[in-house]
Design a protein around this ligand. Structure first.
Ligand code: PGA
Length: 240
């Protein structure tokens, strides 16, 4: 596992964009796994500006997002579909983009369809991940056992509280989500974990404390052969 500690979140976003740039230069038709949340916004801005400066060409790349609230309409301003359109897809020309659908009538069929689509694309070349304060990756919340394939998950109180800041008082926040399971994430050939902000310092300390906590889903990454972790100093502050 390679760790890169950057002074702040802006430099961390640039270092993460370098990883994407190398990936696309090496393999223009890469399959990219993408994430939502506050953490990747700086990275997506950086990718969009490198793209418009002609430094990266994503036109042969395909993307698969980690998760989506359930149920939610794609056009809802808090859907991850709308998030991706706003922060990246409206600015960067990918060959194709894929998300789990929060509008699917049968969530289980939708998950099976999505997993098959990822398989058919040849699996993920580079998977971007953030981390929740409870150690979740995607919406794989801490549990006793984990689904390999994509599944419908009940979000934890902590996750609902952390994400409630995005929803207005008159908006209903979904309490469930569809998420890529641990299987396709772990099968990604390369993983980039981006961690910024002092509110992630405790979980970062736990993640890198030398113990594989089974109730910290991100700990599975400790066993993956090709993970780069990019942190800012605030997130790394309590790490040994
Ligand atoms: P955040 O979310 O980037 O908004 O902190 C990360 C996550 O929950 O995976």
């Amino acid at each position: 596992m390679k760790k890169i500690i950057c002074k702040d979140a802006v430099l961390a976003a640039q270092a993460a964009a370098d990883v994407f740039e190398s990936q696309i230069n090496e393999k223009p038709e890469s399959v990219l796994g993408l994430a939502t949340g506050s953490t990747p916004i700086g990275l997506y801005n950086e990718l969009a500006s490198r793209c418009s400066a002609g430094k990266i060409d994503f036109s042969k790349a395909r993307t698969f997002n980690l998760d989506e609230y359930y149920p939610i309409k794609a056009e809802h301003r808090q859907s991850y579909s709308a998030f991706m359109d706003k922060h990246l897809f409206s600015k960067v020309n990918f060959a194709s983009t894929h998300l789990l659908s929060g509008e699917a009538l049968d969530p289980y069929e939708e998950c099976a369809r999505y997993d098959a689509e990822i398989e058919f694309a040849g699996g993920i070349d580079l998977q971007l991940l953030g981390i929740g304060r409870n150690g979740h990756i995607g919406f794989n919340e801490p549990a006793v056992s984990y689904s390999m394939g994509s599944y419908l998950v009940d979000l934890t109180e902590g996750t609902l509280k952390a994400n409630s800041r995005f929803f207005d008082d008159d908006e209903t926040q979904p309490t469930q989500a569809l998420t890529m399971g641990i299987g396709p994430i772990f099968k990604a050939r390369k993983i980039l974990l981006l961690i910024t902000g002092e509110d992630k310092a405790d979980i970062t300390k736990k993640l890198f404390g030398g113990v594989l906590h089974t109730d910290v889903p991100a700990c599975f990454l400790l066993l993956h052969p090709n993970v780069t972790v990019i942190l800012d100093e605030a997130a790394a502050a309590r790490m040994k």
